[in-house]
Design a protein around this ligand. Structure first.
Ligand code: ACO
Length: 382
């Protein structure tokens, strides 16, 4: 280690490193508390909307009635895509994964934005709003293209949640479905310096642009240890098939040292408050639809996990019950993570906007452990 690095410490995975200050989301992992700008997640889930929550994250205060309707109008007037973006959607391979498609299409939005490299706060807010408004259209558009269905243009009179379900299915969702979707969007909107948010900050800290920051974040969210876990939960439930097979399945995973998707969290060592809310919700939808088997299987997994690893602080995280909620809404498994992205874009951009106010290039060091003073041997002699 060089002299300049003597006072540094190694923190693999940045488990014990605070990278910056933020006034966006507060997480108390021991007590299972999550607040956005001081508002409890439970209050927001019960009383707010995704549009209002996004306003809160971007402005760090709740809007007045007029401000909220102006903001919602600005978003909905940006739902639609240019003809070249619609053409790009239908030019993508039908068998591409929706998360890869979303990453590519979000990046492509930058190509038609003349202000792409304008670094002003006003321009950054505008670009954030463009991505927030258009990502649902990109996801729904690609899903219909891959299924060989006609593309559905957005309904600019509808909320983000309502419009997304409409574009996906071509039918107006029921109020209950739209509200379920809206609540999922609120619950996923922000979560401190999680991996994808941190990735977006690394990009923006170089003074790159907002589209690049969000594209980076989408690529990071995709991983199965992060946002990809909700899809993994559903694959697991489908693999288990019945409640009688749960115990053997979970214990097998343990003996093979494999992880149970939807459990554990870097910060929460208590029940994830988002999972508490989603659990109640998943139960309600299961009872409504009369199909309770997935919910019962999930509960059984939770029971066994609690018995086996509860003492280590491993509880269900947000992905565990969001998976069953989305599935009950009739949404395809591989759309779960893109839907996470269309919510988290509000948090990614909020953090980028906040970080830029006191920007410093994020550039950690590594502890070099390789060889020194090696003799260079010419290629003909090796
Ligand atoms: N199943 C079984 N054991 C687990 C799980 C799990 N899901 N999660 C953690 N553990 C165990 C580990 O095996 C380890 O045990 P050990 O100390 O005996 O070796 C211990 O708990 C600590 O695990 P780490 O990997 O060190 O914890 P870390 O904070 O790095 O990981 C993570 C957090 C990645 C979320 C982990 O819990 C995991 O892999 N979960 C499954 C994937 C998942 O659900 N991800 C979504 C997270 S929420 C989100 O991103 C929106």
């Amino acid at each position: 280690m060089s002299n300049a690095m003597q006072d540094m410490h190694i923190d693999i995975g940045l488990v014990n490193t605070i990278v910056a200050r933020s006034s966006l989301s507060f997480i108390n992992g021991e007590e299972g508390i999550l607040e956005y700008v001081g508002y409890d997640i439970d209050d927001l889930a019960r009383q707010s909307t995704f549009e209002e929550t996004t306003f809160l994250l971007w402005n760090r205060r709740l809007p007045s009635g007029n401000e909220l309707s102006d903001f919602a109008n600005q978003i909905s007037s940006n739902y639609d895509l240019s003809e070249s973006m619609w053409d790009m959607i239908v030019s993508l391979p039908r068998d591409a994964s929706p998360m890869h498609a979303l990453r590519t299409l979000t990046s492509a939005l930058s190509l038609e934005d003349p202000g792409v490299d304008d670094p002003s706060e006003e321009a950054n807010l505008r670009k954030s709003l463009v991505m927030l408004a258009k990502m649902p259209t990109l996801i729904a558009g690609f899903d219909r293209h891959r299924k060989g269905l006609d593309l559905v243009r957005p309904d600019t009179t509808a909320t983000i949640a309502d419009n997304f379900l409409y574009m996906l299915t071509g039918e107006k969702p029921t109020e209950r479905m739209a509200r379920a979707m809206d609540i999922c969007l609120i619950l996923h909107a922000d979560h401190g310096f999680n991996a994808s948010t941190f990735a977006s900050l690394v990009t923006i800290s170089t003074l790159s642009d907002m589209y690049s920051a969000v594209t980076t974040a989408i690529g990071t969210l995709k991983g199965p240890l992060h946002g990809g876990a909700n899809q993994g939960v559903m694959y697991m439930l489908q693999e288990i098939e019945s409640i009688d097979a749960v115990e053997e399945y979970v214990l097998d995973k343990f003996s093979n040292k494999e992880r149970i998707m939807g459990f554990g969290h870097r910060v929460y060592k208590a029940y994830d408050p988002r999972a508490t809310y989603l659990k109640t919700f998943a139960k309600g939808i299961a009872q409504d639809t009369g199909n309770t088997s997935l919910f019962e299987m999930s509960q059984k997994i939770e029971e066994i996990m609690d018995r086996e690893v509860g003492a280590k602080g491993i509880y269900p995280n947000v992905d565990f019950y969001s998976a069953t909620t989305y599935f009950s809404l009739g949404i395809d498994l591989d759309l779960f993570t893109p839907m996470f992205a269309m919510s988290r874009v509000s948090g990614w951009t909020a953090h980028c906007l906040e970080y830029l106010q006191e920007n410093r290039l994020i550039r950690p060091r590594c502890d070099y452990v390789g060889p020194h003073k090696q003799e260079y041997v010419s290629i003909s002699q090796r």
